[in-house]
Ligand binder design. Structure first.
Ligand code: ADP
Ligand code: MG
Length: 349
């Protein structure tokens, strides 16, 4: 038990229900207005479409009548999705961010989340950091945590996100057409470099560069606003969780098309460029994953509109290639065939 904080000394043991109430439910001190905890996390979102949230056997949610319900779930396992001993705030943020990213890729508006948490121990410091990381990001997107499950065991975080979208308007992987432009938001490879820095596979003499790249791994920004803006402009979308080399073939296959990428067009951040030689930076951009940028297909004549929508969100949109008739993905560097790093992460290979 970490009882080094005076506020906590009188709370030697923390039961399951007290834990849920205190860190995730109505008993959260920031919700009750206690100033100390309020610094750690702003008030949780309270949505009027939540008829019944945390506390009963299930949540009751009111989906707008003219919308499609959109659902996604993702699990984070210690040692697999984040290094053991990662900052709890980062784990809380990432566990929701990866789900928000899936909704962003559909163009959906996120609304509600549930959280199934398996914890080795009821560690107050860990729970404070984790819940703040999760709930701060939830508040930033107007998402309410409406339920979950808490058990003891090896650290495992499972988040489900629910949202909605105007009927029939979701962005799918399958909507791309031949001749359309392939484009990505933001920059690629930063999170992969950040993870390499965290795990000691890369080193940087420049602290600011290292901090920026590590931040990109630990606190990914799901492109929710861009995804919503892309509805009606982009014809297909997916989020980049496994790296472009692993993810692009999925979009091409779903659309029944071939894809071509000019590797020299991949957007690389100044921080990434200063950390590593161009070839290494490109390898991270193509193969490392964890960037949670969006990959979209857009008709060439609409690319300008989509880039302008991105710019309004302080985001860059970079054309990197095109969709073609056929199957498979081809890569070129300065016009010559290029061997991209082998295809994406597979948990069972
Ligand atoms: P049940 O046994 O009916 O599944 P629990 O007693 O496990 O319910 O949980 C009580 C309430 O707390 C439920 O509303 C559940 O959704 C919520 N809950 C449990 N764990 C969490 C968590 N980690 N985050 C948010 N809500 C949670
Ligand atoms: Mg029950």
């Amino acid at each position: 038990m970490q009882g080094d904080d005076a506020m906590h000394e009188d709370e030697a043991s923390l039961g399951e229900f007290e834990l849920i109430d205190r860190y995730f439910g109505p008993g959260r001190p920031s919700v009750a207005g206690a100033s100390d905890a309020a610094r750690r996390s702003p008030g949780a979102t309270r949505r009027s479409d939540v008829i019944l949230g945390i506390g009963d056997d299930a949540a009751l949610l009111r989906c707008p009548a003219d919308k499609d319900l959109v659902a996604a779930v993702d699990t984070l396992v210690e040692g697999r999705h984040f290094p053991a001993g990662s900052a709890p705030r980062s784990i809380g943020h990432r566990s929701l961010a990866v789900n928000l990213s899936d909704l962003a890729a559909m163009g959906a508006t996120p609304a509600w989340a549930t959280l199934a948490l398996t914890l080795p121990a009821a560690d107050r410091r860990w729970l404070e950091g984790f819940s703040a990381g999760f709930l701060d990001l939830a508040a930033a997107h107007g998402v309410e945590l409406v339920g979950g499950n808490t058990t003891a065991g090896p650290l495992n975080i499972n988040v489900q996100i629910l949202g909605h979208i105007d009927r029939g308007s979701a962005l799918r992987r399958s909507g791309a057409q031949p001749g359309e432009v392939l484009a990505v938001t933001g920059t690629l490879g930063d999170a992969g470099a950040g993870l390499a820095l965290v795990t000691g596979r890369a080193v940087s003499a420049d602290r600011a560069v290292a901090a920026e790249l590590i931040e990109r791994f630990e606190y990914p920004t799901p492109r929710v606003q861009f995804g919503m803006a892309a509805r009606g402009i982009a014809s297909a979308a997916m989020d980049l969780s496994d790296g472009l080399a692993g993810d692009l073939p999925k979009l091409a296959r779903a659309s029944g098309l071939a894809a071509h990428v000019d590797v020299e067009r991949l957007p690389l951040s100044p921080a990434l460029r200063s950390l590593a030689p161009l070839a290494q930076a490109r390898e991270w951009a193509l193969g490392a994953g964890e960037d949670y940028e969006l990959l979209v297909a857009v008709p060439a004549q609409r690319f300008g509109d989509l880039a302008a929508a991105a710019a309004r969100l302080n985001l860059t949109l970079t054309a990197i290639g095109e969709l073609r008739r056929g199957t498979g993905v081809t890569w070129a560097l300065e016009g010559l065939p290029f061997a991209a790093p082998g295809g994406g992460y597979d948990h069972f290979r």
